[in-house]
Design a protein around this ligand. Structure first.
Ligand code: FPP
Length: 249
């Protein structure tokens, strides 16, 4: 049991044997956090990047094996050029400073999404960070960059059809397990829990295939305000739900 205090200062206990192996997070609310303080959007994203560091650390402390975070979606290119540049510059900083942290914390970093649309220097940083951390045995941090669930499925379907044309499979041989080998999340277990912050209750094209049976947890907190306690509370909620996977009790 892991004791923690919720926001009402009540002490709750997390069952150490029922911590989700994989938690996915839609980190929403950076813009509103900045607007409330009359700060530029970039300040909100910077605060969001700091929260990501804190929550990764909290996830490591809880023994979570996979943490997947939505940092930049295929739709985020529609934002102003200034905001996109701000996020990309932050990403450069984050990827650079994360090398030391990942080594210290034994974290393996993996990017999901179509990185070919990102600037070349960022692509190089990604290859470097993934390479330097590939043998780490602690938590796996999957960062979604230029990621969209539909885009991921389309890319997978294109690749699998090419393999059908080449004769590697017959079309009727393709089942869930086969298709999963073509997804960005190949070999990663599906998330048991998906958290979205900022009071919005949407999936926004995140991990569409993988969240088929995930428990959903929506927090009113804006992402920069999200804390270790909020994470523990979401896990507590998860542990007190009944998961049926379409069956009956
Ligand atoms: C959503 O908030 C957040 C994003 C679109 C970007 C997520 C980025 C970070 C958490 C920080 C950067 C991360 C890295 C790895 C550098 P929003 O801007 O949509 O918030 P709003 O809905 O209040 O405007």
């Amino acid at each position: 049991m892991v004791p923690f205090f919720n926001n009402n200062k009540e002490q709750l206990q997390l069952d150490k044997n029922n911590i989700p192996k994989h938690i996915a997070i839609i980190m929403d609310g950076n813009g509103r956090w900045a607007a409330k303080r009359a700060l530029p959007k970039k300040a909100g994203h910077r605060a969001g990047a700091k929260t990501l560091e804190n929550i990764s650390q909290a996830a490591i402390n809880l023994g979570i094996e996979h943490l997947t975070v939505y940092a930049f979606s295929t739709e985020n290119w529609k934002r102003s050029e200034e905001e996109v540049k701000g996020i990309m510059d932050l990403l450069r900083e984050y990827l650079k400073t994360y090398i030391d942290r990942a080594k210290k914390d034994n974290v393996r970093v993996h990017i999901i999404g179509d990185i070919t649309r990102l600037d070349k220097d960022i692509q190089q940083q990604i290859v470097e960070l993934e390479g330097l951390t590939k043998d780490k045995t602690g938590m796996n941090l999957h960062i979604a960059l230029n990621y969209g669930g539909r885009d991921e499925l389309l890319r997978a379907i294109r690749k699998v059809s090419q393999d059908v044309v080449k004769g590697k499979y017959k079309a009727e041989e393709i089942g869930e397990k086969e298709l999963e080998q073509y997804l960005d999340t190949k070999e990663i277990p599906d998330p048991e829990l998906l958290i979205r912050t900022s009071g919005e209750e949407r999936i926004s094209n995140f991990l569409l295939w993988q969240i088929a049976y995930s428990e959903l947890s929506f927090s009113e907190k804006l992402w920069p305000d999200f804390t270790e306690y909020d994470l523990q509370q979401a896990i507590y909620q998860y542990q007190n739900r009944e998961r049926r996977f379409g069956g009956r009790k």
